[in-house]
Ligand binder design. Structure first.
Ligand code: NAD
Length: 733
């Protein structure tokens, strides 16, 4: 069965219906694109056909390109994939250009057949690029639908003509939110942004499309850039207004990306250079820039981690082969910040929730938290009153453990205290079915130790959410020593229900994410103690593409939490504890009541409303800034290696079993520089041998924490890469 069907009705309107068999969303493949080309030829050659409707047989139009296609082209082309990628991109341009010219006479621009895109629902990537090549875009007034070009979010830019067409339709400045930020817009907003022409009730979509096709004139179907005397809206680069736009855009892109995202730079290049030349040349320029991005290791790494591997993990790449474990009734112990957040996301996903706390007041407060999130959604028009009532109706807040009867999963989120956790585990287990799975949301306590309080350690597991639960997409699942496969499958099925991304790791101090993030924060603080200029530390991190510098990060997560973790770690490690210099700074800040954002005072200063100002100017009084400052790369290497070496050690020790999880988890869990594709991808881009040389230098200057792990040395010595050695299930894109 083909991905498209072709039909012509009695009035001579041909319809291309995109409906990929067996999938809920249309994605474009090489074969389907060839089929589009054939259908265009057929419709243009058939004198009975007056015009074309391009639409979808599904509730949505398209999710975009199947990015596996790019990976396959690259593989097939062997050592020099650039020409194959360029040819593939150009062939796409030719097909869509053929659709756009629609058989019209090249000189008179007359005699073409009108083409309309009838978009029933969400439309992204190549779907939107096809729509942009049509002469008119009509979208159903579907409140769940969005349209846009989100390629930039996975390290690409719209390379199927979307960049050239959309920037020429609305001007470079107006196109920026869609092209550069990858914003997906609801129908009304998309119309205001010039991405579509009309919004109609869903039931009228095809009738209206047909009406337009049958009434369109020659003038209606000539694109502005094919008309004589066309000028770029907002001005081309050498027009005074255009000059200002491009200078501004350049600065904005560099400001936002710090120059580390090749796709953003390439996108701007394609728009700028394309604006200076005729349309078809501009498409060739777009294809060149697109190929250069596809060839950039950063883009391949981003596609691999943020698209291919993220999706593979969400689909259960590491799920044990046991029966479906969909959660029906969830019990949550502890209705504090985390418990309340978990209750909200679960109820929102359709799961019945019993939310327990020691006092009714506290349990109610947890439910009120969910109500607050729903109210915010209502204010933004995203949540209806019915939806709010429905979600809240699924949460029962109580102190009564008997209400847990019939729960198939418990998530415990009480205080971070072994004794308290043991007590509630026993109480809950007395009330739940014997088959239920018990999960703890602890962030620091070993799962295997907590499992000792359980009667059924095989059914005991860690499900570690990140804060704020409703916004953070990663969930870390921790397998204790005795945790069985059903518990792992249960946790994975639960995360799938919540539409979040799971990683599964083994039990060890701080599991995976916190294990890597703590050394990052500590390295930043350590540098403050050494007299490194705090602004240098923070900017070095930002220039690496980290959303927050280490000092801002500890302000956000709170300095007293850092103190608590430091005390517990010191107690557990004894003399081997390596972070005394860090504690000197951390404890001093805590003693001064500077606990971070929550106390409106930390490494940063804050205004009365809690808004962050700049770095606290008295820091240098406490930890004088040294006369000689390290150079930027040294600071960056320290910040990067502090995290990356922990990731390698986690792999070496078997805490991580799959480097895909290490990479995806790092980006989603703590914002590890997304352009790199994650710690393992970064090591591969840098080259393991170079990484070892950097570690050797850092070890000499700063101590054993930078010693290259044996595994890294081995990968380097054998001339391997991490994905080459460990990524057989996760080939580079
Ligand atoms: P919190 O202090 O906001 O909430 C804990 C809740 O547990 C409180 O409402 C408290 O009344 C309740 N509680 C305490 N003893 C109880 C008992 N015996 N029976 C029933 N309820 C009881 O804490 P939190 O930040 O929500 O953290 C909860 C857990 O999640 C901890 O284990 C923490 O380590 C972990 N965690 C926290 C974060 C974070 O960023 N805060 C992130 C991941 C995991």
């Amino acid at each position: 069965m083909s991905d498209f069907t072709y039909s012509v009705d009695a009035d001579g309107v041909a319809t291309f219906t995109w409906d990929v068999p067996g999938k809920s969303m249309n994605v474009m493949t090489r074969e389907a694109f060839a089929r589009v080309s054939e259908m265009v030829d057929t419709a243009l050659a058939d004198p009975a056909v007056k015009g074309i409707i391009v639409t979808s047989g599904k509730k949505d139009f398209a999710g975009g390109m199947d990015l596996n296609v790019l990976a396959r082209i690259r593989e097939e082309a062997g050592d020099s994939p650039a020409p194959a990628l360029f040819d593939f991109t150009m062939s796409g341009h030719h097909i869509l250009r053929k659709l756009e010219r629609a058989g019209m006479d090249a000189k008179t621009l007359k005699g073409g057949k009108p083409v309309v895109c009838a978009i029933p629902g969400t439309c992204a990537g190549i779907g939107t690029e096809i729509a942009l090549a049509c002469h008119r875009r009509i979208m159903a007034d579907n409140p769940k639908a969005k349209i846009g070009l989100p390629e930039i979010l996975v390290g690409l830019f719209p390379g199927g003509g979307g960049t050239t067409r959309f920037s020429r339709m609305v001007g470079a400045m107006a196109a920026a939110p869609v092209l550069l930020e990858g914003k997906m817009l609801e129908p009304a907003k998309a119309r205001a942004a010039g991405l579509i022409d009309e919004v109609v009730p869903a039931g009228d979509l095809l009738a209206r499309a047909k009406e337009w096709v049958l009434s369109a004139t020659d003038a209606d179907i000539v694109k502005p850039w094919d008309q004589k005397g066309w000028k770029m809206p907002g001005g081309a680069p050498y027009h005074p207004a255009g000059f200002m736009t491009f200078v501004g855009a350049n600065a904005m892109v560099l400001g936002k990306t710090q120059g580390v995202y090749p796709a953003a730079k390439a996108l701007l290049g394609a728009v700028y250079e394309g604006a200076l030349v005729p349309f078809d040349t501009a498409l060739t320029i777009e294809a060149r820039w697109f190929t250069s991005v596809l060839m950039d290791p950063s883009s391949s790494a981003m596609i691999r981690s943020l698209f291919l591997n993220k999706e593979a993990l969400e689909k259960g790449a590491n799920r044990p082969d046991v029966a479906d474990q969909t959660v029906k009734k969830l019990g949550i112990l502890g209705a504090g910040m985390m418990g309340a957040g978990i209750a909200y996301v679960s109820a929102n996903a359709g799961i019945e929730v019993v939310l327990i706390d020691a006092k009714q007041e506290a349990a109610d407060k947890g439910k009120t938290h969910a109500e607050g999130i729903l109210d915010k959604g209502m204010k933004r028009g995203k949540v209806s009153a019915e939806k709010k009532a429905e979600v809240l109706g699924r949460i029962s807040a109580t102190t009564d453990y008997a209400a847990l009867a019939g729960c198939d999963l418990i998530v415990e989120a009480v205080f971070e205290d072994m004794g308290v956790k043991a007590e509630v585990t026993a109480k809950a287990e007395a009330a739940i079915p014997e088959t239920a799975i018990f999960a703890t949301n602890t962030s620091t306590l070993p799962i295997s130790d907590l499992a000792r309080a359980s009667k059924r350690p095989g059914q005991f597991i860690g499900i570690h959410f990140f804060s704020p639960v409703d916004r953070m997409m990663l969930v870390e699942i921790i397998r204790g020593r005795e945790t069985g496969d059903v518990a792992v499958a249960k946790a994975l099925d639960f995360v799938r229900q919540l539409r979040k991304t799971p990683i599964v790791v083994n039990d060890a101090r701080f599991f995976y994410a916190n294990r890597c993030i703590i050394p990052y924060i500590n390295e930043g603080i350590r540098m403050v103690a050494e007299g490194v200029e705090p602004a240098l530390i923070e900017n070095a991190a930002k220039l690496l593409g980290f959303p927050l510098g280490p000092l801002q990060l500890v302000d956000e997560t709170s300095i007293d939490l850092g103190v608590k973790i430091a005390r517990a770690t010191r107690a557990a490690m004894g003399d081997a504890y390596p972070d005394g210099a860090v504690d000197a700074v951390l404890f001093a800040m805590a003693d001064k009541g500077r606990l971070g954002r929550k106390s409106a005072a930390g490494f940063y200063a804050y205004d009365d409303k809690g808004g962050r100002l700049g770095l606290w100017d008295e820091l240098s009084g406490l930890w004088p800034v040294a006369e000689t400052q390290p150079d930027l790369p040294e600071v960056q290497h320290r910040l990067m290696m502090a995290q990356v070496l922990e990731a390698v050690r986690a792999l070496e020790e078997g805490v991580l079993e799959d480097i895909r999880e290490g990479d995806v988890g790092a980006i989603l869990g703590w914002g590890f520089a997304p352009w790199s594709g994650g710690p393992f991808s970064w090591l591969d881009i840098l080259g393991p041998e170079k990484a070892v040389a950097i570690c050797d230098g850092l070890e000499k200057a700063h101590g054993a924490r930078f010693a290259a792990p044996t595994l890294l040395r081995e990968v380097a010595a054998k001339g391997q890469t991490f994905y080459g050695r460990f990524g057989s299930a996760a080939k580079a894109a």
